[in-house]
Write a protein that binds this ligand. Structure first.
Ligand SMILES: Cc1cc2nc3c(=O)[nH]c(=O)nc-3n(C[C@H](O)[C@H](O)[C@H](O)COP(=O)(O)OP(=O)(O)OC[C@H]3O[C@@H](n4cnc5c(N)ncnc54)[C@H](O)[C@@H]3O)c2cc1C
Length: 390
């Protein structure tokens, strides 16, 4: 039996324009991303030129309005673009998702003047964004963050440390959550900080298990001064803005996870139909056939779940619970399917000669970022059963 070459995913897309978009993304993936993914991940190299190309091609502002240079695409289309990118290289797919997350505050809560001044450059002007919520002592409990922004005339002076920032040290702009008032969620405001602001510096990138090409770094704010015109939304509205960004961001993570899972499934099928043991392709053995069937079913279920949540969002309906469910299920699926893929490839799966070991290392981070999967369960349970009593 010959190797079964992976077939492109047969997507349900709402328009001809969306079909063209996916075709363009596949071309960029084939030409610019997939051929260098393994080598550059091993070397820890961030593909800045790929992000410039994506920006020029209109792929960094897809879900935002065209009046500011966005692509006017529904979330169901944008997420499938992310899935395609992440399947080729998570550093790129997740990077686009984080960039989009960083644009969310200004696009959704900025004044007309702020949007006119900054948004077009952010969505399609070649800039790269980052989103700064986490701190060394506040991760899941993000509302306890300590980075301060203090008023000084018409300016704000930001002091503190942000942790785990994707694109930390290389971004052109940072959406930063900082404390402007008292304790808790209501004392937090959002700011748009330029990457070259005086007093802003990045530590050396973290040495991670996977996604080594994506720099993740602590950022130090040492009296970083920004004018009040860079405060987004009202004073004290920052945490609500951050949570709203995360509802959408979680759908991005879910889509990236299905990209990783699909890539692992494709590798497994291709290998299992070519590898022979006991005189037959290993894909003949029911032990593996059932495993492949379970992997494929989970991938399809995950895709259907994130698309269902995206379609709620596209219709302006509440989607927070569904986004948490999609993030939880799709990222657990990515971990399970990538782990199974290593098993399907046997000893070869455990080596860097095949991509499944990288996919397995990459899948793990998706269960942690943008709210761990324990936190997603808390969000879902609150929607189902109301807030916990103390
Ligand atoms: C590669 C990478 C990139 C990242 N990029 C960004 C970024 O761009 N911007 C940003 O702001 N942050 C980013 N993060 C941070 C990420 O969002 C946090 O790591 C995550 O929110 C968890 O926080 P923590 O690591 O402090 O873990 P903790 O909050 O300390 O949690 C530790 C463990 O305790 C569990 N836990 C905590 N509270 C509860 C609870 N109430 N009930 C049950 N279990 C609980 C968690 O689920 C986890 O298993 C990134 C992280 C990584 C690893």
């Amino acid at each position: 039996m010959p190797d079964r070459a992976p077939q492109p995913v047969d997507r349900t897309l709402p328009t001809e324009e969306a079909r063209d978009l996916i075709a363009l993304v596949r071309e960029i993936v084939q030409r610019e991303i997939a051929p260098r993914a393994a080598e550059e991940e091993e070397a820890g190299r961030f593909p800045r030129e790929v992000f410039s190309l994506l920006s020029e091609s209109g792929l960094l502002g897809l879900p935002y309005g065209s009046e500011y240079g966005g692509g006017d695409q529904p979330y169901e289309v944008y997420l499938q673009v992310l899935e395609e990118l992440a399947g080729a290289r998570l550093t790129v797919g997740l990077g686009v998702s984080v960039h989009s997350l960083a644009c969310h505050a200004l696009a959704g809560y900025g004044t007309k003047e702020q949007r006119a001044e900054h948004l077009a450059a952010m969505l399609g002007g070649g800039l790269l964004g980052a989103y700064c919520l986490s701190e060394p002592s506040s991760g899941s409990d993000a509302a306890s963050l300590r980075t301060k922004a203090e008023r000084d005339g018409d300016d704000w002076v930001i002091t503190g440390t942000k942790a785990w920032i994707t694109h930390g040290g290389i971004a052109d702009f940072y959406t930063v959550l900082a404390r402007t008032g008292g304790e808790g969620a209501r004392g937090i405001s959002a700011f748009l900080v330029p990457g070259d602001a005086e007093g802003l510096s990045a530590a050396a990138p973290e040495k991670k298990m996977g996604m080594k090409g994506s720099p993740t770094a602590q950022l130090h704010f040492d009296g970083v001064r920004v004018p009040d015109s860079r405060r987004i939304g009202d004073e004290g509205q920052g945490f609500a803005i951050a949570l709203s960004a995360l509802d959408s961001g979680r759908l991005g993570i879910a889509a990236c996870a299905i990209g990783v899972a699909q890539a692992a499934l494709d590798e497994s099928l291709s290998y299992a139909t070519g590898r022979r043991q006991f005189g037959r392709p290993i894909a003949d053995f029911q032990g593996l056939r059932f495993m492949l069937a379970d992997m494929a079913t989970k991938v399809e279920a995950g895709r259907a779940l994130y698309l269902a949540a995206a379609r709620l969002r596209d219709r302006g309906l509440p989607f927070s619970k569904e986004a948490a469910m999609a993030k939880l299920f799709c990222t657990d699926t990515a971990m399970q399917v990538a782990t199974d893929a290593v098993q399907v490839l046997g000893g070869y799966g455990y080596t860097a000669d095949f991509p499944v070991e990288r996919l397995m290392r990459e899948a793990k981070v998706l269960q942690i970022v943008e709210g761990t999967n324990q936190i997603q369960r808390m969000v879902i349970a609150r929607h189902l059963a109301g807030p916990e009593s103390r």
